[in-house]
Structure formats: structure tokens, C-alpha cells
Design a protein around this ligand. Structure first.
Ligand code: NAD
Length: 332
């Protein structure tokens, strides 16, 4: 059986990545949308070949309960709306995929997890890099310790925001680039640390060069994460510089994501043994197919809600460290 997916929020990520990926998936396909724009919904229905009755608005999500052609609801709205939309989907009896960051706060993550448990539906995160061969190699190296345990990590991710959009609005974004981009470095460092969370973080907000744009969120932040084995990651993220790199070093070698470390095309990766080259897959198609397969075979997703929550625990600790100037313990 091919499962039906409804995308909630038809912005850039849905339009450019998830919709097209759903034309490549084997176990699921697009069968509905939730949007604030009826015209946009009608265009999607035409483009993807589903009936107009499968177009919902954010207020009518409960009606999806009656739609047998929708099995999975994929929440792709601004971060501050993830909890509301994920919970509405669970209450309608649909399995849920939630985009990153899972929600604005750990408390909201708990509410999503509880709603999915209560509705007996599965929950997963849009953590597409778990299905990327380079990041799988990072996880393999971390597990099998070819280079010894990775003890020194560095990461930087940023882009230059030209106009103030929801990503710079605390209510909708939960915070600044740490929520949107820094989360990738956090997640990558935890992969390099063989799937464990850091135990202590320190952090400093970067000075604001555009205080009018970044009124209630940080423009940039640098932070460190210390792991129980003595390893550490130094990281930076910003909405005023471009970067996308990550490096992990162990006593016997290293892996370096030199370019496009956390995106879906143009990754340039080298290890101390030499360059590595994989054919880049469609990460989003693999991620959605894996979740469909989890539902069909009744197994838990590797990109679970708990993993999404863990990253929010780390993010909250980093914000606390930056606000207080103190070392903050992470209770993930
Ligand atoms: P976007 O601004 O392009 O789209 C957001 C959509 O939400 C729009 O269609 C907008 O109309 C809708 N929306 C509903 N209520 C809204 C409100 N009150 N204010 C603003 N917009 C509202 O954003 P995007 O880049 O598509 O990001 C959406 C989500 O996907 C975010 O959580 C983001 O972190 C995540 N994302 C993930 C990846 C990834 O690689 N996994 C990439 C991009 C975005």
C-alpha cells in the first residue's frame, strides 16, 4: 500500500523540496495539503493530482480524520506553529512528521510527543541528513572508531538575511539562527559523538550589526559543547555571515565537511584517508519513504520525536549559557 502524505504549509521547503521529493518516493505520495491560500491549494491539487476536497486550511485540520487517503501529516510551517499543527494532526489520527526545530520549547516538544502517544500515531522529525551517505559515514566512523573517538569538533552555519522575515520573529521562530541553522551543527556534533548529547555548554551572543532587523532574536551566537568522554565542539551560527562546514577529529584521523555540510547538494567531504564521493540521493524522498516504511512495518523511526526534543534541550541550555555567561549542564 502507498501511504498518503499531506503537507502543512506550502512555503519554500514544501514547494522546492518536499513536493518534488514526493514524486520520487516509493512508499508514499502527496494526497493533500493544508494551506492558508485556497488558490495555492488548488494549484497543488492540479500539479499533484489529488481532489480539491483534500485541500484543508489550518482551521479545518480536524476534518482530515475522515480522509482515508491521508495517512501522514508533514508539518512545514514556522517553528512556533509546529506544536499546534502536529497536535492537530495527531488528534485527527494521522502519523506526524515535524520539521526542525521540533518546536519553540522543550515543553512544546513534550506536548507533541504526548499527543502522538495518546492518539497512537507515529512521530518523526524531518532530519533528512540521517539518510545522506556522507552523514551516515560520519555516524559509522563515530561508532566503529576508525579514527578513534572524535574528540574535537568544529562547525559553522549561517546565511545573510536580507529582509526581516518570520525567522527573525521570536514568536514564530523561537529564537534566531541557533534554532534554524545552529541546530544542524548541534545535531552533527551529537552524530560525531556517537549519538550522545553534550553534558555542558557555554555560549556568547555575537554583537548585533543590524539591531533593527534582529530586535528580539540573536543575530549570531558562538558556543561550545563538552561531551562526557572529554570531547568538545566549538560552533558558530549567524544570520549575517555565510558558512556551512563541519569537521570532526579523532586521535587517528579526521572527517571534514568542507562545503555545504548540512545541505542537500554540493557537499564536499574529505577524510584523512582522502576525498569521499557518493552519488547524492534525494534525502527528503529517502526520509519520507523510511517513515512510510516505519508505519507499514510498525517500527520506530530513527529520527524520532525524542531526538527532536533532545536538540531543543541542548538549544535551551545554550541560550541559558549565553544569557547568564555561565557553564550550563545539559539534562538531555
Ligand atoms: P517559508 O516561510 O518559506 O514557509 C512557511 C509557510 O508557512 C508559508 O507557506 C506560510 O504561508 C505558512 N504560514 C502559516 N502560518 C504562518 C504564519 N503565521 N506566519 C508565517 N507563515 C505562515 O519557510 P520554510 O523555509 O518553508 O520553512 C518552514 C519550516 O521548514 C521551518 O520550520 C524550517 O525550519 C523548516 N525547514 C527545514 C529544512 C530542512 O532542510 N529540513 C529546510 C528549510 C526549512
Amino acid at each position: 500500500r502507498i501511504l498518503g502524505v499531506a503537507l502543512v504549509g506550502l512555503g519554500r521547503y514544501s514547494t522546492r523540496q518536499l513536493g518534488p521529493a514526493l514524486k520520487e518516493t516509493k512508499w508514499c505520495k502527496l494526497t493533500g495539503v493544508v494551506t492558508g491560500s485556497k488558490e495555492k491549494g488548488e494549484q497543488w491539487a492540479k500539479d499533484y493530482g489529488f481532489p480539491a476536497q483534500h485541500i484543508y486550511s489550518y482551521d479545518t485540520m480536524a476534518r482530515m480524520a475522515d480522509n482515508k487517503d491521508i495517512d501522514i501529516v508533514y508539518v512545514v510551517t514556522p517553528n512556533g506553529l509546529h506544536a499546534e499543527h502536529a497536535i492537530a494532526a495527531a488528534k485527527a489520527g494521522k502519523h506526524v512528521i515535524c520539521e526542525k526545530p521540533m518546536a519553540n520549547t522543550v515543553e512544546e516538544c513534550d506536548q507533541i510527543i504526548a499527543a502522538c502517544k495518546a492518539a497512537k500515531v507515529k512521530l518523526s522529525m524531518g532530519y533528512r541528513l540521517h539518510f545522506d551517505p556522507y552523514h551516515k559515514e560520519l555516524m559509522r566512523l563515530a561508532k566503529e572508531k576508525d579514527f578513534g573517538a572524535f574528540t574535537s569538533m568544529t562547525g559553522d552555519r549561517g546565511f545573510v538575511m536580507q529582509n526581516k522575515v518570520w525567522r527573525a520573529d521570536k514568536k514564530l521562530a523561537g529564537g534566531g539562527p541557533l534554532m534554524d541553522l545552529g541546530i544542524y551543527v548541534i545535531h552533527g556534533a551529537c552524530m560525531a559523538a556517537n549519538c550522545v548529547a553534550p553534558v555542558v555548554v557555554t555560549a556568547q551572543f555575537l554583537p548585533k550589526t543590524k539591531p533593527d532587523m534582529f530586535t528580539d532574536v540573536e543575530e549570531g551566537i558562538s558556543w561550545t559543547m563538552e561531551f562526557a568522554n572529554g570531547g568538545a565542539c566549538t560552533a558558530k551560527t549567524s544570520y549575517q555571515h555565510s558558512a556551512d562546514k563541519f569537521r570532526a577529529e579523532g586521535p587517528k584521523g579526521w572527517i571534514d565537511f568542507k562545503e555545504h555540510a548540512f545541505t542537500y547538494r554540493g557537499m564536499v567531504v574529505e577524510t584523512s584517508r582522502g576525498p569521499i564521493n557518493y552519488k547524492p540521493p534525494n534525502q527528503q524522498a529517502l526520509q519520507m519513504d523510511d517513515f512510510a516504511n516505519c508505519i507499514l512495518t510498525n517500527r520506530q523511526s530513527v529520527v524520532s520525536g525524542e531526538l527532536g526534543r533532545r536538540d531543543l534541550v541542548i538549544i535551551e541550555a545554550i541560550y541559558k549559557a549565553a544569557a547568564t555567561g555561565k557553564r550550563v549542564e545539559v539534562k538531555a
